[in-house]
Design a protein around this ligand. Structure first.
Ligand SMILES: [Zn+2]
Length: 493
């Protein structure tokens, strides 16, 4: 639409009354000189200038700025809509002549054409601002110790990422669950499996694979004690990444960590529902943020107040269960109700359903990513690509991958085949979900959904009662089933 109007504007320029007459270059130079020294009638004839970002995130607020020759006199920022200039905002230049203003076009377009106009009708040069979605790539469990650590020692710290670094780096924001401590200190705590990776491996996760945000709220970040846990947090931050869900106290572990891309602020918060309980942080103990309804509500709400988009990440579920359980649905529902746009889970070591409704998405488990995968089901993985705007989730895709040994490799060409064969999880996320979020045509359990479903229905209802849940207003979640006990399995992860 805007493209068309921009062309129209170009072919038949809008006439502005009081436009400054064209002058010979020498006179114009003199006028500029005069404007720089003393205000004069000539200066008042100078058109305003306008600066704007070249690209912004869809739907986000951005700053335009510029100068005008008449300080204190009202000036309008205008936007071209359907071939006509309309007022977007007003500004009053400071005594220095400079002005700046936050603006947000009401209708989201892929291109905005802007200009500034003074009260006397002088106009600035036009500025084109492109607008696009911000892409988030998310992956499941990344372990830099154990079997991947052995492979890294043998092949170098880039080894885990050689098959996926390109696609991971290409996203605006890349997220994963770091399922180990990263430190040269500490000793293993009494526990069946303890994972610790080398700092050089973490550095390449940042530099080569392009990770921006790591969840540390899980059952392995504390494997080598508090000092190693705090090292993991500080090393992650020192590399320029955000560390979410763990810290020196509960206050720090629950703090939303924000990344900004093209003006869009995305806040991440992390929660762990997996034992040992000794890993959970308290007011005066370092550790992870435990997934409790109270923690989820307060952390997500805080994030909501500070950012355009909120992603809540959970370490939860039962290992090797390909379906989410009622406890996961309960926690996801609480997070969404508190204002999360996305819920991203891990820990079961297998993929679980990805459900998107409206502008919210829940990926119950993204499975393993860099991990010693011992069976076809735990080797099956993917990269969740989510398109974000200031309004939330605009689209998503699960790019299938498979872990060979410890290293994931893309499986793009076989995506369709895989989706058909692998049952509901990949089928829903890889093909069917975009147009019909809960259609689940390939699911052996679910039936074709009623025309309108809500995310609350999807999350709150046990799988066996999909058909019962169709009330859009029912957003209450029942955390009760999960709060009493935490199911853990002796297996690693
Ligand atoms: Zn885990």
């Amino acid at each position: 639409m805007l493209a068309r109007s921009a062309i129209a504007l170009r072919s038949s320029p809008v006439r502005v009354s009081g436009r400054a007459p064209r002058r010979p270059p020498a006179l114009a130079a003199l006028a500029v000189l005069a404007a720089a020294t003393l205000p004069s009638p000539a200066a008042a004839q100078q058109p305003p200038t306008l600066q704007a970002p070249r690209v912004v995130a869809s739907g986000t607020t951005f700053t335009v700025s510029g100068t005008a020759a008449a300080p204190g006199r009202r000036l309008t920022i205008q936007i071209a809509l359907n071939g006509r200039w309309r007022q977007l905002a007003a500004a009053r230049p400071r005594p220095s002549g400079r002005f700046s203003r936050r603006v947000r076009p009401r209708r989201t377009r892929s291109r905005y054409l802007l200009r500034a106009m003074t009260a006397t009708g002088l106009v600035s040069a036009r500025r084109t601002v492109r607008s696009r979605h911000v892409t988030l790539s998310a992956v499941g469990d990344v372990n830099l110790g154990d079997a991947p650590g052995v492979a890294i020692d043998a092949n170098g710290p880039r080894y885990p990422w050689t098959g996926t670094a390109r696609i991971l780096r290409s996203a605006d924001v890349t997220f994963g669950n770091l399922e180990c401590a990263v430190s040269t200190r500490g000793a293993p705590v009494p526990k069946t499996f303890t994972f610790r990776g080398r700092p050089s491996a973490l550095a390449e996760m940042r530099r080569y694979a392009g990770f921006d945000v790591l969840n540390l709220a899980n059952n392995h970040v504390g494997d080598f004690g508090t000092r190693a846990l705090l090292d993991t947090v500080s090393r992650t931050r020192a590399l320029g990444m955000r560390a979410v869900g763990a810290g020196g106290s509960l206050a720090s572990a629950s703090e939303p960590r924000i990344v900004e891309r093209l003006g869009l602020e995305i806040a991440f918060v992390g929660f762990s529902d997996i034992l040992p309980a000794s890993f959970f942080a308290s007011a005066d103990r370092a550790g992870t943020q435990q997934a409790t309804p109270a923690n989820i509500r307060s952390s997500v709400r805080r994030a909501r107040r500070r950012a355009d988009v909120v992603v809540a990440t959970f370490h939860w579920g039962v290992e090797r269960d390909t379906r989410e359980n009622a406890r996961q649905r309960g926690f996801a529902g609480i997070a969404l109700k508190a204002g999360a746009d996305g819920v991203i889970g891990a820990h079961p070591h297998v993929l679980q359903p990805v459900v998107r409704t409206g502008r919210q998405i829940v990926a119950y488990s993204l499975g393993n990513f860099v991990f010693g995968a011992t069976s076809p089901i735990t080797a099956r993985t993917g990269i969740l690509r989510v398109r974000l705007s200031a309004r939330g989730v605009e689209g998503h895709r699960l790019v299938p991958a498979v872990i060979e040994g410890t290293r994931p490799r893309l499986r793009r060409k076989r995506a369709a085949v895989l989706a058909r064969r692998s049952g509901p999880v990949l089928a829903r996320s890889a093909i069917g979900l975009r147009s019909s979020p809960l259609g689940l045509r390939s699911s052996p359990v679910a039936q074709p959904a009623p025309v309108k479903r809500t995310i609350s229905a999807a999350i709150d209802s046990p799988r066996s009662s999909w058909r019962k849940c169709d009330a859009p207003s029912t957003f209450t979640c029942s955390p009760a089933p999960g709060i009493r006990s935490t199911k853990t399995s002796p297996a690693r992860g």
